[in-house]
Ligand binder design. Structure first.
Ligand SMILES: [Zn+2]
Length: 260
């Protein structure tokens, strides 16, 4: 049987795929990507993400407001997310979190909007897709305070080092690796990739950005997720197929996706 895998984080609704979205999706399925989870960045993009999720049986989405956009949160945002989350193809809240590397929104605003989304996830019983950059302590603090141990989630596009894995384990969250783990200069991320427990590791493209080594510089797309799996196999002394099986089982467990 051919191997299959899940891309746990993609942005198929973005402008970069406007011209050939259907071709990109068929290439993914032909390569053995069997399910894709889109991550939400803007409230305004929810209709297009839902349209894609309705058009393809095996494509799902999260809905949320990215920390870069936290300044755009309005009084109606929580309501919009809550309503969208009732859709059967919405499997998560996010991506949300904190990004103190770029600070495109004020740190205090980011913290407030992230906390709101953690509470929403807890109330509706959905997992979180987390974007965290240079903000580990504050992220853990908000997850503990507002998640109250009742929310699970995934640290997507992991860019931390081995030192934060113990804290992630303590929260019992998942860790997802993108093309960044394949880059030669990512020694710290690679060291962390060895430490994640087999039942908590996931893979993603985060396309259209961050094409893995071998496709670097190009537009990224879900079929390239295999290159991330191959790198993890190298690092973890495993095989690409075993990584695909493990990471797919984990994505299905966290997001409640059917086995196919
Ligand atoms: Zn993303």
């Amino acid at each position: 049987m051919p191997s299959t895998i899940i891309d746990s984080h993609a942005h198929l609704d973005w402008e970069s795929f406007k011209e050939d979205q259907a071709a990109v999706i068929s290439r993914a399925f032909e390569s053995g990507v069997v399910q894709i989870v889109q991550a939400g960045v803007y409230i305004s993009s929810i209709p297009e993400m839902l349209r894609i999720s309705e058009a393809y049986e095996n494509i799902y989405c999260g809905v949320g407001l990215h920390p870069h956009e936290a300044k755009d949160w309005t009084e109606t945002s929580a309501h919009s997310l809550r309503e969208a989350a009732k859709h059967p193809k919405v499997v998560a809240i996010g991506e949300c979190g904190l990004d103190f590397h770029y600070n495109h929104s004020e740190p205090e605003t980011q913290k407030r909007i992230f906390a709101e989304q953690v509470e929403l996830a807890r109330e509706i019983g959905k997992p979180l897709i987390l974007h965290t950059r240079n903000a580990w302590d504050e992220t853990f603090e908000i997850l503990k305070k507002h998640g109250k141990g009742e929310v699970r989630g995934v640290f997507h596009c992991f860019t931390g080092g081995p030192e934060v894995i113990a804290q992630i384990n303590e929260l019992d969250f998942y860790v997802s690796f993108s093309g960044i783990v394949t880059f030669p200069k990512s020694a710290d991320i690679q060291a962390a990739a060895i430490l994640v427990r087999p039942e908590r590791i996931m893979v993603e493209t985060d396309c259209p950005y961050l094409a893995p080594q071998g496709q670097r510089g190009k537009r990224n797309e879900p079929s390239f997720v295999w290159l991330v799996a191959a790198k993890l196999a190298d690092l973890r002394n495993s095989t690409k197929d075993d990584i695909a099986i493990q990471t797919s089982a984990n994505a299905r467990r966290l997001f409640g996706l059917p086995s196919i």
